[in-house]
Design a protein around this ligand. Structure first.
Ligand code: FES
Length: 408
């Protein structure tokens, strides 16, 4: 047996005579197989014969091993960014940091992961499957985030239990919540600035008209969210790193208490039966705020991809699109594509669009022109009736549950 050439931690006295079999050390690879500056993931069996993943780093010729699994959302630390000087690895998914020496966070109060001892014997790398330090999750999401997370879990459990309990022939009968008033959420996506230079938003006025109509005619419970009043960040593209890095609720809301996308998630997933999105046309597309919102909803759709979980159940969407010039149908196509991807269904006449045509540069007259337009009002009412009727149908017929149970 040759001398042990490289040790990171001499705290434990071990019998290294049988490194390949009887000790708690596990063979990893030839030391040459992990170049200076490199890192690799290994799967080994621990003392209880459970498979664990460790990340091994070669920093300036010294080897370090910590758990490969980030405490936050299980990001792969072997793929993280290494700070050789500080011996810190940054998780590639959302940026949690760990010392590769002992697995601890470099800042007070941070999470830690297991760290392991590495030995080099005859140019072979071995790792001790018993951790030197045991990692712990210390940080907890803020109240609003955990509360949404818990509520959504309860909602999904309820839906699953309901499905198991209530499938009894066509129609299902008495499906949950079908007797309460329908809830209609309006999302106004205009970015008109009311504070500095107040102006009238045609799309928002049409949305108000639509919500009043369903409230007065159908006793619907209504709620309008004005996106411009919510502070929320743009998508930071965690999905591009790995589909599983795009978690629900979005990690941005978890990391930033002030991020109010939580309100949108809660109202869209848990509260509303019908969602009406109203947008002005801006250079042929929906408003920039609308896109900011839907990009943050990638995590809702992504649950289907990563967890086979459908957060949107038996919900209907409809759209109001207004513009001084044109492109109503193009915008409607974009909106319908996205909301159908989330799992929404549509009633008859799922969008109502209104434009004064290419030459209407007098945009200050848009709102009054719309108010004077009886056809527009008729169309709004027709679209609302279509949405409410579809909402009733999908609930009574348990549309989503039937589709999901067949496709599953
Ligand atoms: S920071 Fe590691 S998984 Fe989120």
């Amino acid at each position: 047996m040759k001398r042990i050439a490289n040790t990171n931690n001499n705290a434990k006295a071990k019998n290294y005579k049988n490194l390949d079999n009887k000790s708690s050390f596990r063979y990893l690879c030839l030391s040459n197989d992990l170049a200076v500056g490199g890192s690799r993931k290994f799967s080994i069996r621990d003392e209880r014969d459970k498979e664990i993943e460790i990340a091994v780093f070669n920093i300036e010729g010294k080897y370090y091993a910590i758990s490969n699994t980030c405490q936050h959302q299980k990001g792969p630390l072997s793929e993280g960014i290494i700070d050789s000087e500080k011996k810190i690895v940054t998780c590639p998914w959302h940026g949690w940091k760990y010392s590769v020496i002992d697995g601890k966070a470099p800042h007070k109060g941070g999470d830690s992961v297991n760290s392991y001892e590495i030995k080099v014997v005859e140019d072979k790398l071995y790792v001790d499957s018993i951790p030197t330090n045991v990692g712990t999750r210390i940080t907890q999401p803020h109240q609003a985030y955990s509360s949404l997370d818990n509520s959504v879990q309860q909602f999904l459990n309820h839906m699953d239990n309901d499905r198991r309990l209530e499938v009894k022939g066509e129609g299902g009968g008495g499906y949950r919540n079908v007797d309460r008033e329908v809830r209609v959420l309006g999302i106004s996506t205009t970015n008109s600035n009311d504070k500095i230079a107040p102006r009238n938003s045609t799309s928002e006025a049409a949305l108000s008209y639509a919500l009043d109509y369903v409230k007065n005619e159908f006793r619907a419970e209504t709620l309008m969210i004005k996106l411009r009043d919510l502070h929320f960040k743009h998508c930071e593209g965690y999905y591009s790193k790995n589909a599983k890095a795009c978690i629900f609720p979005c990690s941005i809301s978890e990391m930033d208490k002030e991020d109010k996308m939580i309100v949108i998630y809660e109202k869209v997933i848990l509260w509303a039966d019908v969602v009406i999105v109203a947008t002005p046309i801006r250079w042929g597309n929906a408003s920039s705020l609308y896109y900011q919102m839907i990009q943050r909803m990638n995590c809702v759709q992504n649950q289907i991809i990563t967890h086979d979980t459908y957060l949107i159940r038996d919900k209907v969407a409809a759209f109001i699109i207004t513009g001084g010039q044109d492109n109503v149908q193009h915008v409607a196509g974009e909106l319908m594509m996205f909301w159908s991807e989330l799992g929404f269904v549509f009633g008859k006449f799922p969008f109502v669009g209104w434009s004064r045509g290419w030459y209407a540069e007098d945009t200050e007259n848009n709102l009054n022109a719309m108010k004077d337009n009886q056809q527009m009002q008729q169309d709004l009412m027709r679209t609302m009736r279509g949405a409410l009727e579809m909402s009733r149908l999908v609930k009574e017929n348990r549309y989503d549950e039937r589709v999901l149970s067949k496709s599953g």
